[in-house]
Design a protein around this ligand. Structure first.
Ligand code: CUA
Length: 319
């Protein structure tokens, strides 16, 4: 659906059309009732006007069919909104398993993007058309919100936490990228562009520019440099949990709870190691709070994820 009225941004993701369809439904339901109510106000005002001094209002006894109608019809209309909206919501928050993953960090006042292959960019996001892309988002200072109107996606970037959203671009081109959460003086300038390219061009783009190490390689290097490998390895003296294959698995904790080893858990384990101690281990790990940047955290997480994956190569971007 391409409207000739420029009320909506361009539809450039598979999600956009579905969001707009729901929006049109909300608009038409609201529009219909606004018109109906206003028309009836005027009609009744005229029809039931007082015709003479001393005219008495007749007693009103109510009407069962009328009451049933104004309960049942709005109920059905809002339940459609609920089911429709919820299904879109679940789609937006369940990335397909084969989605390629890109990391996004918000800071005052720019967006920093890291591709798994190592290419980094600022205030720009290059993606291939026709592939699902999952964004893992955080902030290194205040709350921002990553917003691509043409894709109909918006997700908060929250310090100390990872959020994620996904999309599949449906056409090539350049689209706006905004920060949609007031974050200080230069909030309005915190934006850029999303460049959707043909997959072959994207592959080429990834390979151009300064040769940078992949996220996994950078994470592996940090893992050595920061001394993680001293304890978290097969032949270390200090007893620390091995991290091979830990990602995505349930981890039993000292407290008796079991948590899923996702990005947030790994992040917390690095910054707040005393928070969730693995069952059977002593809380001896030092905190890396303040010693490690958000970029480095994402690299180490990428490395730990890779540790359990099969094959010698990190996850490929193409299917
Ligand atoms: Cu960042 Cu507004």
């Amino acid at each position: 659906m391409r409207s000739s009225l420029p009320l909506f941004p361009e539809q450039a993701s598979t999600f956009a059309e579905r969001v707009d369809a729901l929006y049109y439904y909300l608009l038409s339901v609201s529009g219909f009732f606004v018109l109906l109510i206003f028309a009836l106000i005027f009609y009744f005002a005229v029809k039931y006007r007082r015709r003479s001094e001393g005219e008495q209002t007749p007693p009103i006894l109510g009407s069962i069919p009328l009451e049933v109608a104004w309960i049942v019809i709005p109920f059905i209309l809002v339940m459609i909104m609920f089911v429709w909206g919820a299904s879109l919501y679940f789609t937006a928050f369940s990335p397909p398993a084969n989605a390629m993953e890109i990391f996004v960090i918000g800071k005052q006042w720019m967006w920093k993007v890291q591709h798994p292959e190592g290419r980094r960019e600022i205030d720009e996001l290059h993606v291939p058309v026709g592939y699902p892309v999952k964004l893992t988002i955080t902030s290194q200072d205040v709350i921002h919100s990553f917003y691509i109107p043409a894709f109909r996606i918006k997700m908060d970037a929250v310090p100390g936490r990872y959020t994620s959203i996904w999309f599949e671009a449906s056409k090539t081109g350049t689209f706006h990228l905004f920060c949609a959460e007031y974050c200080g003086t230069a909030h309005a300038g915190m934006g850029g562009r999303v460049v959707v390219m043909k997959p072959s061009e994207y592959e080429q783009w990834l390979r151009t520019g300064a040769p940078e190490e992949s996220l996994v390689a950078a994470g592996g290097r940090l893992f050595q440099q920061l001394g993680c490998s001293g304890c978290h390895s097969q032949n270390s003296i200090a007893r620390a949990p091995l991290l091979d294959g830990v990602y995505g698995k349930p981890v039993p904790l000292q407290s008796g709870q079991v948590v899923l080893a996702d990005e947030s858990y790994i992040r917390d384990s690095i910054l707040l190691p005393q928070k969730d101690v693995v069952a059977g281990y002593a809380p001896v790990m030092p905190s890396f709070q303040g010693r490690i940047s958000e970029e480095e955290l994402m690299q180490i997480i990428a490395y730990i994820r890779f540790l359990g994956e099969e094959g010698p190569e990190p996850r490929k971007t193409t299917r």
